[in-house]
Ligand binder design. Structure first.
Ligand SMILES: [Zn+2]
Length: 434
């Protein structure tokens, strides 16, 4: 891919500044209108999400942007550029988990609007169309499925999901919820959607949901890739219950010791692979003995546990599958127990576009913004765009207290740093095409 061309002075852009006041006003209105107790709730295809979509569309119309809604009710707000051809798309989601935080998702959409408002205020016309996309139903808590809106945007939502997936709480089928919000499930079933070749670049600005930027003292992060995963959510280790004082070590079938050994083996593997340069996380998030049977004076006969393994690399995930199998076999032999890992669920990793990473890093450096180049551990709509072959990037904004809770905390100054980087990015001429 050829290098992005910086904007020449004759293009007439006199350093437009993103409209941060607009974003602050919209954050406040969102908090007021979708607030529920301490947090906010914007259910996928529900009331809160609809309020958020109506608000941003109202602002987009005030700014004179072209507004379009697709069959899945995703909203596209476009400022026309000088040249025809593929657009730069800035997008994120407007739904939230129940009792979530106000910035998760919304920050990305409002950053895009702030950028386009800044262009409108100075009469700046970008080289390409710039579209802000408000994506539906990203949070899997509501329908138990990931990336519904972005997959639907590409015509990739399975008919079985439309009919078979029900919303938590009210049990409304996904297809009915989409139609009720004004969508067109007939078109979705026909597979109509965006053509990846019509998108020159997709950028998702999003609050960071981990502690890396806070720890490193950086306002923004440039994401290298979104980690994929494989998980065993319902694994079981079976040994035999026995008396803690009367049972010699060599005949014990201790399920607790076995799972602990398995965890330590995989932790050692993680350390070794990380030192060799692999991107990897290993998490045993749950370990339970049986509440009714286990006791302080008994060797444990059964432990239920979960294991979650993530990496940006397909090859590393495959390697870890083999490591897990080997560690299970070794531990079964050592501890005289049986493991049943149960079903595996998996998601594919998605690498961000190297040219976009480099362009964002150059802009951040030019603007004097300290940017951390880092992997992303949580799933985002950007993964769908990357998997569809769209050159994709993510810009993280520093955020305290994690995410998916009412205490997430983003400073507006950090949001402004991200918006300025985004503003400069959209004024570069991004050569089209995957
Ligand atoms: Zn999010």
């Amino acid at each position: 891919m050829t290098r992005a061309r910086p904007l020449a002075p004759e293009d007439g852009a006199a350093d437009p500044q993103p409209d941060i006041a607009l974003a602050m006003r919209l954050f406040a209105e969102l908090r007021l209108r979708t607030g529920a107790g301490r947090g906010i709730t914007r259910a996928s295809y529900g009331l809160g999400e609809q309020i958020a979509h109506d608000m941003v569309r109202r602002e987009a119309r005030r700014l004179g942007l072209d507004c379009r809604i697709d069959a899945a009710c995703n909203l596209y707000m476009t400022l026309r550029g000088r040249n025809a051809g593929p657009a730069v798309v800035i997008g994120s989601h407007l739904d939230s988990v129940p009792m979530g935080g106000n910035f998760d998702g919304a920050a990305g959409v409002l950053a895009g609007l702030a950028v386009l408002a800044g262009y409108r205020a100075r009469g700046v016309v970008p080289p390409r169309d710039v579209t802000v996309m408000a994506i539906r139903a990203e949070e899997s808590t509501w329908f138990g499925a990931s990336y519904i809106g972005s997959r639907a945007a590409f015509g990739r939502l399975a008919a079985a999901e439309l009919d078979g997936v029900l919303r938590a709480g009210d049990r409304v089928a996904l297809g009915r919820a989409i139609d009720a919000a004004g969508g067109d499930t007939t078109a979705l079933r026909a597979g109509a959607g965006l053509n990846p070749e019509d998108i020159a670049a997709f950028i998702e600005p999003h609050i960071e949901q981990g502690p890396v930027l806070v720890t490193r003292g950086r306002p923004v992060g440039i994401v290298t890739g979104i980690r994929g995963s494989f998980r065993h959510r319902h694994a079981v280790c079976t040994g035999a219950y026995a008396h803690s004082g009367a049972t010699p070590r060599e005949v014990r079938q201790d399920a607790v010791m076995a799972v602990a050994r398995l965890a330590v083996r995989l932790d050692d593997t993680w350390q070794r692979l990380a030192s060799e340069g692999h991107d990897l996380t290993v998490t045993f998030g749950q370990m339970m003995t049986e509440a009714g049977e286990a006791a302080f004076s008994k060797v444990a006969g059964r432990v239920e546990f979960s294991v979650d393994i993530r990496s940006q690399s397909h090859a590393t995930l495959d390697l870890m599958r083999a490591e897990l199998r080997a560690a299970v076999a070794q531990t079964e032999a050592d501890c005289r127990v049986r493991f049943d890992l149960g079903a595996e669920t998996a998601s594919a990793p998605a690498l961000m576009d190297r040219q976009i990473i480099a362009d964002l890093a150059d802009i951040a450096q030019t603007q004097g913004a300290g940017a951390e180049v880092m992997p992303c551990g949580a799933g985002h709509d950007a993964a769908v765009f990357a998997q569809m072959g769209v050159p994709t990037g993510m810009l993280f904004i520093r955020n305290r207290n994690g995410s998916h809770n009412p205490d997430e905390a983003m400073e507006i100054d950090d949001f402004a740093v991200a918006a300025r980087i985004l503003s400069a990015f959209c004024l570069q001429d991004h050569p089209a095409g995957p």
